[in-house]
Design a protein around this ligand. Structure first.
Ligand code: SF4
Length: 453
């Protein structure tokens, strides 16, 4: 049980982020700076990943903060053509020529809006311009309505070996509120095709939903178990970064308000215990892999939440990249993105030079384990070790041989711990983003843990 002396007194309002953040000056001359960086040689150590972004969806889920468009029919092929060109440009830079990809991830948006021919086109562009490890994990996000067998066959043929689909909830009332339009039969078909063609199939589940009770969550978890995907990613809904329309529905009383912080914590504990008691291993703090799964890694996650020398390059509209010493983001407007590629330029909008030696430590609460020997090689400032000592004294982390591991008490507060570990010079960007988003959306959730104060 929580110790009142050691636990946090509130939950954070924003926690889904990539690290490092991009700070002041990132817009200035971004493309030339990034191109210069990419003309140098990379460090062959570490895991290397490619992310490919498809920014279109058939319907818009009300909670979704991602950049995407539904009116895409005329734009899809020009976009795929530009993306194939960008893949060729990026893959042939000196830096990326040194990458052997241990994972590829197609995300969005909804990558399964691509036709089989477009999947093959992009698959060819990747094989022609990148080096893939023999056991490269290749994931594709799919949405159940558009995940037809011909598309999944095309994915399989180019080398995809893992799919992930967002069920979010089985509850009909929540599905209506969130505008989740796939039928249960379509969800089941996607799962069965996942089993037929791929070594892994993951489903996303959201919890801490407006007005959600433990009974309603239990129903969702039961159905998730029945679907028997190889893994389940169970995420708390992050209200601050949902759409304005969704927040307005809550402000106007059209849907219930979020659970209070104590109930959020109770829902989190319930989800974790339920999945662990029902044959799943907690492989990441929010990822639960069936004990009998054929494949139990998530190599792309290991890279984006990985060490300083683990790097990923993003291609496509608004895709982000994190290299050892530079993070950059692509154009966010489709016309600008396509025009840049057509002109033979990398479509880069922001770039930020920063050596995030501490990256693995920032994500340690999510990944749940970190090697002390590795930490000792990084030359980190003493404050990081002071924070770790404090966590250990508070019972949030423990030692297991040479590793630091999250305790059960720590896992409850992993979101708080991730934010506590951000160094001051990066925390200013995090705080600024949270404040601006709160102002923009006029959403100020208290998240105070009453039972612990
Ligand atoms: S949750 Fe996925 S499918 Fe829904 S709108 Fe967002 S990106 Fe599209």
């Amino acid at each position: 049980m929580a110790n009142h002396e050691t636990s946090y007194k509130k939950l954070p309002t924003m926690w889904n982020y990539l690290y490092p953040f991009q700070g002041d000056g990132s817009l200035e001359n971004a493309e030339p700076r990034a191109s210069q960086f990419l003309s140098t040689k990379s460090n062959p150590n570490g895991k290397k990943a490619l992310y490919v972004h498809i920014p279109f969806c058939d319907t818009i889920c009300t909670f979704c903060p991602f950049i995407r468009s539904t009116n895409y029919q005329d734009k899809l092929q020009p976009y795929v053509d530009a993306l194939a060109k960008e893949l060729a440009m990026v893959g042939n830079t000196e830096y990326i020529k040194g990458f052997e990809l241990s994972s590829i991830y197609f995300g969005g948006g909804t990558p399964s809006v691509l036709t089989p021919a477009q999947i093959e086109q992009l698959g060819r562009a990747i094989h022609a311009n990148f080096t893939l490890a023999s056991d490269c994990e290749w994931s594709f996000e799919v949405e159940a309505k558009s995940a037809t067998e011909d598309k999944l066959q095309a994915m399989h043929a180019v080398g995809v070996n893992r799919i992930s689909f967002g069920v979010q909830t089985f509850d009909p009332e929540y599905r209506r509120i969130f505008n989740l339009t796939a039928s249960y039969d379509e969800i089941l078909r996607t799962r069965d095709l996942g089993e037929k063609y791929f070594k892994a199939h993951n489903m996303d589940l959201l919890y801490q939903l407006p007005g959600q009770t433990l009974e309603r969550l239990e129903q969702d978890l039961y159905q998730a178990k029945q679907l028997a995907t190889t893994s389940v990613d169970a995420y708390p809904l992050e209200y601050l970064v949902t759409s304005k329309g969704f927040l307005n529905m809550m402000k106007n009383g059209k849907i219930e308000m979020p659970p209070n912080a104590d109930d959020k914590l109770a829902l989190q504990q319930f989800a974790v215990n339920y999945l662990r008691d029902n044959g799943y291993d907690q492989t990441y703090v929010y990822t639960f892999t069936r004990k009998d799964a054929r494949y139990n890694r998530f190599m792309f996650g290991e890279t984006i939440y990985g060490r300083y020398e683990d790097e990923y390059i993003g291609c496509g509209l608004s895709a982000s990249s994190s290299l050892s010493g530079l993070s950059h983001n692509n154009e966010v407007e489709l016309d600008k993105y396509i025009a840049a590629v057509e002109a033979g330029r990398l479509p880069i909008r922001t770039a930020f030079e920063y050596h995030a030696k501490e990256r693995a430590l920032i994500f340690f609460p999510k990944v749940m384990r970190i090697s002390q020997d590795y930490l000792n090689t990084l030359g980190l400032a003493p404050d990081y070790f002071e924070k770790l000592n404090r966590f250990e004294q508070q019972g949030l982390i423990a030692r297991d041989g040479n590793d630091l591991v999250m305790t059960e008490e720590g896992k409850k507060f992993y979101l708080n711990m991730m934010i506590d570990l951000i160094p001051d010079d990066q925390l200013v960007y995090y705080n600024r983003y949270v404040e601006r988003t709160q102002q923009d959306r006029q959403w100020f959730e208290s998240n105070d843990l009453i039972s612990l104060s």
